[in-house]
Design a protein around this ligand. Structure first.
Ligand code: CU
Length: 123
């Protein structure tokens, strides 16, 4: 089943109910490396932390370089990780510089949420 784009969802929801209540769907609240931040060394994974549970199986993750080349990434199962977290494995020996992770997950209310996480790998 196709889930609506988050923007369409938000617009429809806002029209129907006024400003969306906080409980609607999962929102990215934290990450490692942090958004717009500098990684500690060369990171092997990115961890995304949400304010609600997410269906990790339906996540899609792409690393996009400055030239727009896209590398699909897979999820990493981490034992004991809360259901509000998703971890993805980065390519080995990620070069220094800025990187963009385009992510998309399905929150437990069935809505797909997506975003971009930009971070820098230090020299
Ligand atoms: Cu929702």
């Amino acid at each position: 089943m196709r889930v609506p784009l988050p923007l369409a969802h938000l617009v429809a929801f806002t029209l129907a109910f006024g400003p969306a209540p906080a409980a609607a769907h999962a929102k990215l609240v934290d990450s490692e490396p942090p958004a717009e931040g500098v990684a500690k060394g060369v990171p092997e994974t990115v961890v995304l932390r949400f304010d609600g549970r997410v269906e990790r199986r339906y996540g899609r993750f792409d690393l996009v370089d400055a030239a727009g080349n896209r590398t699909p990434l897979s999820r990493v199962e981490r034992e004991g990780a809360p259901e509000t977290e998703v971890a993805v494995r980065l390519p080995r020996s990620l070069p220094p510089g800025s990187h963009r992770l385009e992510w998309s997950v399905v929150s437990r209310d069935g809505h797909r949420v997506e975003g971009v996480l930009a971070f820098t790998v230090p020299r």
